[in-house]
Design a protein around this ligand. Structure first.
Ligand code: ADP
Ligand code: MG
Length: 238
């Protein structure tokens, strides 16, 4: 059984075809990175998996269940956005618990989940602050905490580090890898940063113009790119 299965997926916005026949399988616990140039459809694909964008054709399955018509909140998927998408008027604690409150979870259970995530992500001293009183890295950790408290089967990250400076980006890569190691969840992570892809992924999906050019482990793609595009994109000398 795959964790996530994408079957012949298509997306068009009117006459504009953005995703053309994308298929791939992700194993449980795999860290898969989608890379490709700006506009190639990475965010659209993630948003379709999250249920934030309708599907023109094809299927998405989580644990062998077709989720095309399942509401986003019932998909067992949590997404972390590039711009964090935190509520500015709410404290860190409220930001982390909001989704669970909407789901109707009892207060004590919400508090316990927040405490656990805050411990893991080193957010305990920040729970009473508002997003405006946090650094970029701290905001990103809150966004990750908000995803974590939902115990999702699958985490989706859309360029989570691109608003951070270079030094912090390197530190956060390690944090995300450590988190993945600890939780063992499936992660689909979008970036246009080749170094991020090469250093973090179990497998890389290289996209261009709404389709997949190649899928493979980082070194596989580096050593044996199928074509010039993959070779050029991952910086292999061949
Ligand atoms: P990426 O994340 O790889 O940079 P996107 O998935 O954001 O790419 O966008 C893929 C293509 O779809 C782009 O050409 C973009 O302009 C187009 N697109 C994205 N969202 C919409 C929308 N809501 N309406 C029309 N076109 C869109
Ligand atoms: Mg994008």
């Amino acid at each position: 059984m795959s964790s996530v299965k994408i079957l012949e997926l298509y997306k068009d916005y009117g006459a504009l075809e953005v995703i053309h026949g994308v298929s791939f399988d992700i194993e449980h616990g795999e860290f898969v990175i989608l890379v490709g140039p700006s506009g190639c459809g990475k965010s659209t694909l993630l948003r379709m998996i999250a249920g934030l964008e309708s599907i023109s054709d094809g299927k998405i399955l989580i644990d062998d269940r077709v989720i095309n018509n399942v509401a986003p909140k019932d998909r067992d998927i949590a997404m972390v956005f590039q711009n964090y998408a935190l509520y500015p008027q709410m404290t860190v604690e409220k930001n982390m618990g909001f989704g669970l409150k909407l789901k109707g979870l009892p207060k004590a259970q919400i508090s316990a989940k927040i405490a656990q995530a805050a411990e893991i992500l080193d957010l305990k001293p920040l729970l009473d602050r508002k997003p405006g009183q946090l650094s970029g890295g701290q905001r990103q950790r809150v966004a990750m905490g908000r995803a974590m408290v939902r115990d999702p089967k699958v985490f989706l990250f859309d360029e989570p580090l691109s608003n951070l400076d270079a030094k912090l980006r390197v530190a956060m890569r390690a944090e995300i890898k450590a988190l993945h190691h600890r939780l063992g969840s499936t992660i689909i992570y979008v970036t246009h940063d080749q170094v991020e892809a090469m250093t973090m992924a179990d497998r890389i999906v290289v996209m261009q113009g709404g389709h997949i050019e190649q899928i493979g482990a980082p070194l596989e793609l580096y050593d044996n790119p199928d074509n010039m595009f993959v070779a050029g994109f991952l910086g292999s000398p061949s």
